[in-house]
Write a protein that binds this ligand. Structure first.
Ligand code: ADP
Length: 626
């Protein structure tokens, strides 16, 4: 029979699956069982809204059968089943194909990472089987269909016989090789322990026939074998269990089974509330930033159950945007089952739950910061940017919740510090919380503008992300201390003797500065004596609210309103260069023009800003060399 080829991406995924050296082949069983469980969930949900269907609890189960002689492993369920079209569309195409494209273009080709990061549901069957047969009869259908594939070269679908609604997946287990022992997946006791390990909390019974031993009748020391069907899993959903009964591994397995992420969770939060609103929740903070996290495609949300029945797989109303990285589920008996998305949004109970969840996450993050700094820093590395967006968005209405979760690097401490730590270390005479912006820590280290503040021994927060300065502008103050850019006009550092001299020098040299300003025309607002420079000859700073870094960020935005910083060229009068400027001003105006342009361009370079005319700049340098 003619085979239907897989779509290109699915084919690539399958190839990787078949050839990859993947250390966790065993997870295929978890994947197939959780598909089976989802299918029963769907059926159960249908029966709740359709009076003609009855849900007989005993009729719903998953069964695992291993047959050594034929090398087949069967996973069958009494779930909702699939029509011919569904077999075609669900099994012929990889669900997360978008992520596959992203991954293969950006990362290693060996497939290990892809499988590890995304999980692949049904396709994982091909890690252990060289032939996969799915026979399925959909709810409401009299006929069944059989989908079959032995891998990359495609699949077939033909009509089939099946007495009851549901799905049967038959895997023809690969022959063992020197490196891989596939026989394990036909061994009843091994399978049983895999079910216990990965699928214990599935709410429907997972049944297996097992060979048991019992004493032979009439004999004391002789035993006989007999077969008995057993339910392997405990069936109590994990969120209904007592926290004390659960291990970290249980929570990790649930995370994997649910595909909340394909990393390991950094932290889990198990909540049981029995108050004005009753609910159980298991929430996770992932360890790694999902690849699409900072894109429009990323959807936040938690799974929502009403008394054990899944009613929504991603309820966005349960999480504020700034905690959009949180994964997990909520189950509440107080929510109506047949509730529509629109009504749900207005639901008072749901709002209460969301509020409660938000404060739980906040307090858990706070205690992580307090009790396990290393873990918190790992979390912050993955999701700190989102917290900063949170401070900035909604006109700063969440800043009180978030400000104590923020961290910034400082060169003085050589590590991340919280605002609280910064303020608690401030010397008495320090008026402001200082920050410096730049592309990298190394570049900020070299910024001339930091010289005075550093010399005073004050700590400087390093801002290297676009959002940093905007978030801080929204905060305005922390514990009544204002934030101040090291490049801003008034640094609030008391004038010492040398600075009085500066005032005098400013008067004396005013006409020099005026001429320089004329030379630079609209490029700068002013040319001034610097109070902050110690060793460098020049730097650029900005008057007013918009700093140079902010201008850079705004420039990259769509519909850029062309907001510009009011740039000021600061000159260090204690630098030898200043003497040359003075001399040129008196004797050679052309030279003054040359020097002024050179210094201005140097200041631009230090700031990481583009030079308007690089050719002219290099020509200018040549002029002073000859
Ligand atoms: P995912 O489960 O992540 O969507 P899978 O590749 O595991 O991806 O499965 C694809 C789809 O095939 C499922 O979403 C579901 O609609 C369907 N499916 C898989 N297994 C079953 C099953 N046992 N019964 C009914 N439908 C199934």
């Amino acid at each position: 029979m003619e085979k239907t080829p897989f779509k290109a991406e699915s084919k690539r995924m399958l190839e990787m699956m078949i050839h990859s050296v993947y250390s966790h082949r065993e997870i295929f069983l978890r994947e197939l069982i959780s598909n089976a469980s989802d299918a029963i969930d769907k059926l159960y949900y249908k029966t709740l809204s359709d009076n003609t269907l009855a849900f007989e609890k005993d009729n719903y189960y998953i069964k695992v059968v291993a047959e050594k002689t034929t090398r087949t492993l069967t996973i069958l369920d009494t779930g909702i089943g699939m029509t011919k079209d569904e077999l075609e569309n669900n099994l012929g195409v990889i669900a997360q194909s978008g992520s596959l494209v992203f991954k293969t273009e950006n990362e290693a080709q060996d497939g290990h990472d892809i499988i590890g990061q995304f999980g692949v549901g049904f396709y994982s069957a091909f890690m252990v089987a060289d032939l996969v047969t799915v026979t399925s009869r959909a709810l409401g259908s009299e006929t069944a269909f059989k989908w079959e594939s032995s891998g990359v070269d495609g699949y077939t679908i033909v009509p089939a016989e099946k007495d009851v609604v549901g799905t049967e997946v038959i895997l023809k287990i690969k022959a063992s090789t020197e490196d891989e022992n596939y026989d394990d997946y036909l061994d009843e006791y091994r399978l049983r322990s895999l079910i216990k390990k990965y699928s214990d909390f599935i709410r429907y019974p997972i049944k297996m026939e097992l060979t048991q031993q019992r004493p032979k009748e009439g004999s004391e020391d002789e035993f006989e074998e007999y077969r008995e069907e057993q339910t392997i899993n405990s069936m109590v959903p994990i969120w209904r269990k007592n926290k004390n009964e659960l291990t970290d591994e249980d929570y990790e397995n649930f995370y994997m089974e649910k595909h909340y992420g394909f990393d390991k969770p950094l932290k889990h939060i198990h909540i049981s509330v029995d108050g004005a609103v009753r609910y159980n929740a298991i929430l996770y903070i992932p360890e790694k930033t999902p690849f699409d996290y900072y894109t429009k495609e990323y959807e936040k949300g938690l799974e929502l159950y009403s008394n054990g029945v899944l009613i929504m797989s991603k309820s966005p109303d349960l999480l504020p945007d700034y905690y959009s990285f949180v994964k997990g589920m909520v189950d509440s008996e107080d929510l109506s089952l047949n509730i529509s998305r629109e009504i749900l949004q207005q639901d008072k109970q749901l709002k209460l739950i969301a509020k409660n969840i938000k404060s739980k996450i906040t307090s858990q993050l706070q205690s992580l910061l307090k009790d396990d700094r290393e873990k918190y820093e790992a979390f912050y590395k993955a999701f700190g940017t989102q917290l900063k967006y949170g401070v900035y968005s909604d006109y700063g209405s969440n800043k009180d919740v978030l400000q104590d979760l923020l961290m910034f690097y400082t060169a003085k401490e050589k590590k991340m510090v919280t605002l609280e730590e910064y303020v608690s270390r401030m010397p008495e005479d320090q008026k402001y919380i200082y920050y410096a912006s730049g592309e990298t820590y190394e570049r900020i280290d070299k910024l001339p503008q930091t010289e005075l503040v550093s010399e005073k021994g004050y700590e400087i927060l390093y801002f290297i992300e676009d959002v940093d300065e905007f978030a801080i502008k929204m905060l305005m103050t922390y514990k009544d201390r204002e934030f101040k850019s090291v490049s801003s006009g008034d640094l609030g550092i008391a004038a010492d003797e040398s600075q009085e001299q500066t005032a005098e020098a400013a008067n004396e040299n005013q006409s020099l500065f005026d001429t320089m300003k004329d030379i630079l025309a609209e490029r700068v607002k002013d040319v001034r004596i610097s109070k902050r420079l110690k060793n460098h000859p020049v730097c650029l700073t900005a008057d007013g609210e918009i700093t140079i870094e902010m201008e850079k960020v705004l420039k990259t935005m769509p519909n850029n309103p062309n907001i510009k910083a009011e740039k000021v060229l600061e000159i260090n009068i204690n630098h030898e260069v200043f003497q040359s400027l003075k001399a040129a001003f008196e004797h050679d105006k052309e030279k003054l023009r040359l020097y002024t342009n050179l210094l201005y361009n140097q200041a631009l370079l230090i700031e990481g800003l583009p030079i308007h005319d690089p050719v002219e700049f290099t020509n200018d340098i040549c002029k002073i060399m000859v």
